[in-house]
Every structure is written in C-alpha cells, then in structure tokens.
Design a protein around this ligand. Structure first.
Ligand SMILES: [Zn+2]
Length: 91
C-alpha cells in the first residue's frame, strides 16, 4: 500500500494527550483530547491493499449491472492545515 501525503512528523504529534486513563469519563472520546482524536483517525487508515467494487457504466452513463473489483494499492491523505491531522483519504 502506497500512501501519498504521509508525513514523518505531523504537527499534532506534539500535542500531548490530555486523557486520564484511570476512568472512562476522563478519557477520549468522552473527554475531549485532540491527540487521541487524531490518533484514532490515523489508526483508521488502511495499511494493506484492499479490494473495491466499481459499477460499470455504458457509453450513455447508465449502469450496466456489471460490477468489477479492483485492488486499491495507493491512497492519498487529506490533511487539515492547522494540525496536519488526517481529515480523510481517497483512492
Ligand atoms: Zn488522549
């Protein structure tokens, strides 16, 4: 899996975790913690190639009913400007 727009050290890495993990009420997601929020987004990225189903359209743009499967080997991350956090990704 190739990941475009990956960063060695995005800005949010330096935001410290504010959670107190002794209690569920004082840790993310009940308690707000930017570090854990951004970590969660990063952990949700695919790490391996995966298969994706694609609808096949005819020349007029109508679905033919045929579904093709393709292997996604490359994704691109969309980052927030302020924290350089992962806002989403596409392939
Ligand atoms: Zn935290």
């Amino acid at each position: 899996m190739k990941i475009n727009n990956s960063l060695e050290h995005p800005r949010w890495y330096d935001i410290k975790c504010k959670c107190n993990h002794d209690n569920v009420e004082t840790e993310y997601p009940i308690s707000s913690c930017l570090h854990c929020k951004f970590q969660e987004c990063q952990d949700s990225l695919p790490k391996k190639d995966f298969k994706s189903k694609i609808t096949v359209y005819d020349k007029k743009g109508f679905p033919t009913g045929e579904i093709k499967t393709r292997t996604v080997k490359e994704i691109t991350i969309i980052r927030g400007e302020k924290y350089q956090d992962i806002m989403g990704w596409f392939f």
